[in-house]
Design a protein around this ligand. Structure first.
Ligand SMILES: O=C(O)CCC(=O)C(=O)O
Length: 283
């Protein structure tokens, strides 16, 4: 079925809540192609980084900057997905036409029983350190590669917390977390939501929404692809990546490229991976 751009009601909901779920953004054929390629992807395994949570469970992710003609790149660069992001990101005065860039993508691999938790944080709590100045011009899209539910550690958000602006972040074990004081205050008046997704659903979320996830205590994997976007005018003055992907408008592909183009996993030399030695607090 053809994908649709967002309706005015969906755009309004995103701005009010700081997130928006679009059910069935990818159909079964698309998501199973993604999953099949991802589980056998040698480059993804080779570049997987483990980040321990506070109980010692491992949160595993692979992160890269340049979206190519691999299966993830074709999804990330898809016309309707990029169009929807374009509808949601704020524009600076004089910024006209298509200026959506790919900051980075991550394949989050929460394995059964061992997949760890992520502390409460805002993505802009990290990205602020990279000296991007405009949080309204940055966001993420999580695509559920497998079903995500309470048992296998789905994402949780504090609805509306993006309106607080950035809160202080500091180290919490190996991860960077938001100040617990501000999280507790936010939870006094704002709703704590467990975002349960079916494979193929898309979650659009604001760079300042407070979010976390718990460990995977189930016997089912929870995998998701998170692609993060930026506008070309929003320069990361302290950006660590060697690529300039975050300020290079995306080379958009038709939605059907994901199924009709010859594609595979990530190409080692092209993707510009975050290295295992790098500071994951810059994710
Ligand atoms: O995938 C998860 O459980 C959490 C991911 C997350 O919080 C992030 O990438 O910012």
């Amino acid at each position: 079925m053809a994908k649709q751009l967002l309706t005015p009601a969906q755009i309004q909901q995103y701005h009010e809540d700081g997130y928006l779920i679009v059910r069935g953004f990818y159909d079964e054929e698309e998501v199973s192609r993604l999953y099949r390629i991802a589980v056998d992807d040698a480059a993804i395994s080779k570049h997987a980084i483990n980040v321990n949570d506070s109980t010692g469970k491992r949160s595993k992710l692979s992160l890269w900057y340049k979206p190519g003609d691999d299966v993830y790149g074709l999804l990330t660069r898809g016309e309707t997905l990029v169009g929807a992001v374009d509808q949601l990101l704020e524009r600076q005065r004089g910024d006209e036409g298509h200026s959506v860039c790919h900051y980075h993508s991550k394949l989050m691999q929460k394995e059964p029983r061992v997949g760890g938790a992520w502390e409460w944080h805002q993505d802009y709590g990290y990205w602020y350190k990279n000296e991007f100045l405009f949080p309204e011009q940055m966001m993420s899209v999580m695509i559920a590669v497998t079903d995500a539910n309470v048992e296998n550690g789905c994402l949780q958000v504090i609805r509306g917390s993006h309106k607080m602006g950035r809160v202080e972040h500091g180290f919490s074990g190996e991860q960077v977390g938001a100040s617990q004081k501000y999280v507790d205050l936010a939870l006094k008046t704002m709703e704590h939501v467990y975002v349960e997704l079916n494979a193929g659903d898309a979650l659009f979320f604001h760079s300042n929404i407070l979010h976390r996830s718990e460990a995977n205590v189930s016997d089912r994997a929870r995998w998701s692809l998170i692609s993060c976007y930026n506008r070309s005018a929003n320069i990361g003055y302290n950006e660590s990546s060697s690529s300039s992907a975050s300020i290079t408008p995306i080379d958009i592909v038709p939605d059907d490229a994901l199924l009709t183009w010859e594609t595979a996993g990530l190409a080692e030399s092209d993707a510009d991976f975050l290295s295992k030695e790098a500071d994951v607090s810059l994710k």
